[in-house]
Design a protein around this ligand. Structure first.
Ligand SMILES: Nc1ncnc2c1ncn2[C@@H]1O[C@H](COP(=O)(O)OP(=O)(O)O)[C@@H](O)[C@H]1O
Ligand SMILES: O=C(O)C1=C[C@@H](OP(=O)(O)O)[C@@H](O)[C@H](O)C1
Length: 272
């Protein structure tokens, strides 16, 4: 496998390509109200479903909180991290759909598109090894993080390289955390995760070993979503609620006017 770095660019599944990051001056825009309180005057980005609902809007109609995340984020990307099978792709796809103006990108899918023919990530692991995979994954993340308004589903091991965090932390990082039993059950008939293949150990015990090494890194995330038996829709609900809460608790830093020089040594004498 020879992948020239200049080819490591994300391909977008929607027709519109997000604007480049440099056009964003303020990463997080506050809502006028905290949490989910909705002001009827707030703009709801138009989409056919919302527009249809708006026709017979009733008093008290509340829009999907997922849709209200977009204006608060002001273009900032959401990066989903977690073990393989934690639901990053399924949840990320649904989340982007519900947010309306965000594009879904799956770094594993970008990598797969870069491989020749029908080659899979497992083929790449087998032929080039994990270390080479991590290099490509880092390059893909470096490419992806230059775009705005994306929900990015990452590969489970992306948290392992410190240099990846400098990219992840330009956005809001969300850790999806189901139990190992739930993950093992989801992946029991799935042979697309090379790190779980081989008969030396059960998949659950392999997952346990990997999680023990990575949990500290996953927990660096801004938002942690514990997952029990919830389906994808419900996980998105929790993720959205926790992300609103995170923004409430970490409001964007407002630009501070430098203290007026005329005040220095002024009446209160504080600077004398
Ligand atoms: N909350 C959920 N409830 C039920 N099934 C789920 C849930 N999240 C993911 N899945 C399923 O589990 C499998 C692995 O999920 P996936 O999104 O591919 O995980 P990841 O991208 O983290 O590796 C998929 O078949 C997916 O449809
Ligand atoms: O945990 C890992 O190291 C990996 C997870 C996979 O992605 P998913 O987490 O999307 O399954 C994929 O990148 C590769 O098989 C390695």
């Amino acid at each position: 496998f020879v992948i020239h770095p200049s080819f490591v660019r994300p391909t977008f599944t929607t027709a519109s390509r997000p604007a480049v990051r440099s056009t964003v001056s303020s990463p997080l825009q506050p809502l006028h109200v905290g949490g989910f309180d909705y002001q009827p005057d707030d703009e709801i980005p138009s989409n056919p479903i919302t527009a249809e609902k708006a026709d017979d809007i009733e008093e008290g109609f509340t829009p999907d909180p997922a849709r209200l995340l977009s204006p608060r984020l002001g273009g900032t990307n959401l990066y989903l991290v977690g073990l393989m099978g934690s639901g990053k792709s399924a949840v990320g796809r649904e989340l982007a759909l519900r947010m309306g103006s965000y594009t879904f990108i799956d770094t594993d899918e970008v990598i797969t598109n870069l491989l020749p023919g029908d080659a899979t990530i497992s083929d790449f692991f087998e032929s080039e090894g994990e270390e080479e995979f991590r290099k490509i994954e880092s390059q893909v993340l470096a490419g992806v993080h230059g775009y705005v308004r994306c929900v990015v589903s990452t590969g489970g091991g992306i948290v392992c390289l410190p240099q990846n965090w400098s990219k992840l932390q330009t956005g809001i990082v969300v850790f999806l955390d189901p139990s190992l039993d739930v993950i093992a059950d989801r992946l029991k008939n799935d042979d697309s995760r090379p790190l779980l293949q081989g008969d030396d150990e059960s998949p659950k015990s392999k997952l346990e070993g990997i999680m023990n090494k990575r949990r500290k890194m996953y927990e660096q995330a801004d938002v942690v979503v514990k997952i029990g038996e919830e389906g994808v829709e419900q996980v998105v609900d929790v993720l959205v609620r926790e992300t609103h809460k995170f923004i409430d608790e970490n409001p964007p830093k407002q630009y501070q006017q430098p203290e007026d020089s005329a005040d220095v040594g002024g009446d209160d004498g504080a600077k004398q």
